[in-house]
Ligand binder design. Sequence first.
Ligand SMILES: [Zn+2]
Length: 165
Amino acid sequence: MKSALKCAEKAYKEGEVPIGAVVVCDGKVVGRGHNRRTTRQIATAHAEIEAIEKACRKLKSWRLPECEIYVTLEPCPMCMGAILNARIKKVYFGAYEAKGRSLTEIIAGSGILNHKAEVQGGVMEKECAAILSSFFSEMRERTKKQPACPQSEGESCVEGNSEQQ
Ligand SMILES: [Zn+2]
């Protein structure tokens, strides 16, 4: 999870919502990723997707049944779908998605895509949540200082940002 946090820090520095992910196989990192949605302007550029793509390329296989993934934030349904598609055996995540929209456990255990993954949340939860909240409070500060939002109320822009992942 420490490596995943390092990836999240990278995202932070790039002005992205700080989420990081690593795929681990036999105790070795085989793929890293961080959220790059804003930089790339690609809706699917989530940390998990990037880490899984790199792991597949490295291991030359779309199946990663010996692998585990560590993500700093509870994966969204798209990423859970990717995790199941890649046949990853276990998901460790740090911070819980605050609004409970992720359906992580439900998707992981549903047997859709012919695969079930184990899930363990709350790994280094404090650290993983802290980087997100410091990012968002910095964003709020910036919004306050320069009301460059198209909306009349700064709050609605901040709300929009917290919607991201
Ligand atoms: Zn995602």
